[in-house]
Design a protein around this ligand. Sequence first.
Ligand code: PXP
Length: 238
Amino acid sequence: MARLAINVDHVATVRQARLAAEPDPVTAAALAELAGAQGIVVHLREDRRHIQDRDVEVLRRTVKTSLNLEMAATAEMIQTALRIKPDMVTLVPEKRQELTTEGGLDVTLHEESLRGVMETFHKGNIAVSLFIDPDPKQIKTAHRLETDYVEIHTGSFAEAKTFQRRQEEYDRVGTAAKLARKLGLGVHAGHGVDYQNIFWLRNISEIEEFSIGHAVIARAVLVGMDRAVREMLALVTG
Ligand code: PXP
């Protein structure tokens, strides 16, 4: 059975919209763990638009399952990760203008520079996952780089507009997951996974962990609305 890791970035996005103290992604992470999540994921971006260094530092002390730090492979982020020591880092491409991570990291293009980065993390006893597109060439390079895990980018599958496109993208994810597993890599998947398309993806038995953020945080806002309004109404009309 696959594990569920919850990405709490969007909780920080709401907090940063007001530069306030709440909602705290650390509290959200604790609640996610109490509900059964088997891992917590945060993306510390170069522009610090949502998660802050303080969040990762506190999460390192409070997360009881597994803390996965998503990051770009820049010198600053590598230093931060080595200092904080998450259980795992997931290397992702990062562009300042993007709303969210737009594609997998091209590990074939960056193979040489990534080799040293992998060594640095392994020397620091931090497991590495490479977020890559479901492309056999990328999987084979990831294997050559001796990564511990690959996270297969499911964005194209999630965004497919027709049944045929979705089927094709699903097959690409499945083929990539099987190849990665055959090569002995741990297999994670994420991006755009939601309450509908999980019915497809959970059939790919090679996927050991799903990393899900947007769908769960969006649902949390809506299922929590009724209670939050009733609580305030009781105070207003008290
Ligand atoms: N995995 C990676 C590498 C990501 O960058 C993201 C988005 O932050 C996710 C998973 C989660 O994607 P979503 O928010 O669409 O569930």
